[in-house]
Design a protein around this ligand. Structure first.
Ligand code: SF4
Ligand code: SF4
Length: 303
């Protein structure tokens, strides 16, 4: 039976497609955006999160670990060896302070479908549906397609949020099965794109062009990151690229926020945009005005 790794299912979202939506977050992403607000989504496999602020160093987790990944390092200190951890979850259950959790769970199509169908009455009333997000859903193409087919068999409206970085044939085989596509464009300069996301942008931009040839409902989303991609030249390059597409998609600016910052601490990773402030009110609207000078219709999302 087809299955895959899901790291969250959120209900009653209003932002990622029409009406009230359930968002299914698939784990794994080929990009490493400096501003990623879901860093726990990046690694394809389930992984252990640890909140040092909650940990009282009671050491209840140490003896239950079957892999020897947790050891007492003396003086009540705790040591964790990631290479030994099998994400079995035994320490999560043993911890009295909820300092440990596992992000990501293997699920079958039927299990995801059952979770999503709980909200079906709301979709019908609000004109909503289900959105595949991530991570990057096309990184698990067979699972994504099987989910989309199951959703559609139940008459649900479907959407996908994608970074567009996938082999073109694979990418198209997934997105052609959804009603609405939300496609991220992050920087027009490939060298700078590489610095900010760790991959170049050519494949992404080619895939967007291919998508515009075959899909009637595409929204391009541009995350607006202070001092990374929000300069006048950046926005004018974006406008020029949009004008060269086979037809104009809907365009939305997404203002940067720092909501995901604490998750880096849970993963034991530094936050590379430390010191970058969230976008001020009105920044995304100012970016819209630059595009409107090129007669491109666009809108600003809110935090
Ligand atoms: S998830 Fe399992 S293997 Fe990993 S540290 Fe916890 S108990 Fe050990
Ligand atoms: S059981 Fe929880 S609170 Fe106790 S040492 Fe382990 S992580 Fe910390």
């Amino acid at each position: 039976m087809t299955g895959g790794v899901v790291f969250d299912i959120q209900r009653f979202s209003l932002q990622d497609g029409p009406g009230l939506r359930t968002i299914v977050f698939l784990k794994g992403c080929p990009l490493r955006c400096a501003w990623c607000s879901n860093p726990e989504s990046q690694q394809p496999a389930p992984q252990l999160l640890y909140d040092g602020d909650r940990c009282t160093l009671c050491l209840s987790c140490v003896p239950v670990c079957p892999s020897g990944a947790l050891t007492s390092a003396g003086e009540g200190a705790l040591s964790y060896d990631l290479t030994l951890c099998t994400t079995c979850g035994a320490c999560v259950s043993a911890c009295p302070n909820a300092a440990r959790s596992i992000s990501g769970k293997q699920m079958s199509v039927d299990e995801v479908l059952a979770a999503v169908l709980r909200d079906a009455p709301f979709y019908r009333r609000s004109g909503g549906g289900v959105t595949l997000s991530g991570g990057e859903p096309t990184l698990q193409p067979d699972f994504a397609k099987a989910l989309l087919q199951a959703f559609r068999q139940h008459g649900m409206d479907t959407a996908i949020e994608t970074c567009g970085y996938a082999d073109t044939r694979t990418f198209i085989s997934v997105v052609e099965q959804v009603d609405h596509v939300f496609f991220d464009v992050k920087h027009m300069n490939s060298t700078r794109h590489m610095e900010l996301t760790r991959v170049p942008n050519e494949l992404i931009l080619d895939n967007l062009r291919a998508l515009m040839h075959i899909h009637p409902d595409v929204t391009v989303r541009y995350p607006l990151i202070p001092d990374c991609n929000d300069g006048g030249d950046d926005l004018r390059s974006f406008a020029q690229y949009l004008l060269r597409l086979p037809r104009m998609p809907l365009v939305e600016f997404v203002p940067y926020h720092r909501y995901g910052e604490h998750k880096y601490r849970l993963l034991g990773r530094p936050y590379s945009l430390n010191g970058t402030p969230s976008c001020e009110e009105g920044e995304a609207e100012r970016a819209c005005q630059v595009l409107r000078q090129h007669e491109i219709t666009c809108s600003a999302l809110h935090h």
